[in-house]
Design a protein around this ligand. Sequence first.
Ligand code: FAD
Ligand code: DLZ
Length: 508
Amino acid sequence: MTIRNLIIVLGDQLSLDNAALKSGDLACDQILMVEALEEATYVRHHKKKIAFIFSAMRHFCEALRAEGWKVHYVCLDDDDNRGSFRGEVSRAVDDLQPERVRVMEAGEWRVRTDMEDWHKALGCPVDILEDQRFICSHDRFRNWAKDRKQFRMEYFYREMRKTTGLLMVEGKPAGGKWNYDSENRKPADADLFMPRPNQTEPDQITSDVLELVASRFGDHFGDLTPFWFAVTAEEADAALDSFIQDALPRFGDFQDAMLEQEPFLYHSILALYINVGLLDPLKVCQRVEAAYHSGHAPLNAAEGFIRQVIGWREYVRGIYWLKMPEYRDMNSLKASRSLPEFYWTGETDMACMRAAIGQTKTEAYAHHIQRLMVTGNFALLAGIDPKEVHEWYLAVYADAFEWVELPNTLGMSQYADGGILGSKPYAASGAYINRMSNHCEACTYNVKTKYGEGACPFNSLYWDFLARNLETLKDNPRMRQMYANWERMSDDKRAAYRRSAAEVLDAL
Ligand code: FAD
Ligand code: DLZ
């Protein structure tokens, strides 16, 4: 029988709401899913991330077959696997001779642009459908951006609130304010009853994948086991339930906190599931909103969470598609130092960096403030080449896909886009880390020592960063206070900071 559409499902499109599947017909269409070496190695992804995606793909294939779909699933080790999307789609088209190929647009520019050319190599039409898992379409974001001199997430977010109706009461924001961020900056105390993310036992499919990843990607960064990620929509739903039940009520208060030995605090660990399609972002937010309405979670928690998802997540995607491909090459601060080796080993005397990198290695996870204010802040202050920083973040986190990772890294964290995404660099000295965490208590360095022997490296690097980038940053209104403080310092003190920073940088 002639196949009408060969529907391609990528590893981050694992949802029955996938536009290509929704428009398909199981009587005359067939599906292709491919474990592709190129996807696992274009950056050397964390072992856990590869295992998560392969296992979720294999489980999704089973779910599709259970629905009655005919799925051609190409395993990594299958004979003749050509190792790339293009190679495998072309092999399948030669073998199956479908009338057309149909695929939902890829999330990453690299794959999306390749897809646009597929029809030439395949000799059959390729329909690329818009990804409807986002609230804001490409057109809508372009329209929102078109007449603005400056983009700011907050205004975009308010539009998303109005569009979705989330936390809206008769057209006004619940509680009278759009944003409760000022209530979300409390340091946390060690708590015996700290929630733990829901853990899923590996089944046979996952165990097979773990063996495969151990043998094929054993030299990639990170620990493969223990592996506890959800790999099906049902398991991801259980993780969502457990987050709402146990952690959401305190998510807001402690959103910016960090604690030694507490990798997860009150965070959701849901980004990986949302990003591959196991959870729907809007439905997740509706569940969080319901927890607020039922009195289970306070407004600052529900609003804080919803802002991250319908605000930041949609906003960074919009910026990515608006500015690619130029975006990935931006380097407004001309940072050029190589990424220090300890980003791969965690072997450093800085307790905060050791904790953030250590848990990245074991869990393929660090929460937002660790990414932004510890590892990101250090790279920013030390002037690390933003491309190397970007490739590190893209490789090491289970939730990392370029459309969301790149704007967060290059824009929000490294200010390499010169202020397209955010209004100022997230640069901070050791005092910030000390205020928001207990890492400094366990640190070899002294956060109170400003420069010289035993001083916290973040202190001298912070002032050195300001001094180095004076010409580029001094007219930024949000940096005025910091530069006023720098100008007020004696020449001797400024020289001492810079000498100390030079020693830190030389030792990297
Ligand atoms: P929670 O803290 O529980 O937040 C709830 C949800 O909000 C997340 O699951 C996520 O879907 C969304 N969210 C929160 N902050 C952001 C944000 N800034 N941008 C987009 N979505 C957000 N997020 C990714 O999903 N993938 C990435 O590759 C990624 N790389 C990052 C790199 C850097 C340098 C920085 C500073 C941030 C990055 N983020 C990334 C954003 C954020 O750190 C993660 O979404 C979050 O830490 C994931 O953990 P969680 O699910 O526990 O989130
Ligand atoms: C990240 C990833 C990995 C590691 N492996 C695969 C794979 O083997 N097959 C697949 O379909 N997708 C994989 N992915 C996700 C893709 O990289 C992602 O779909 C593209 O980057 C497009 O967004």
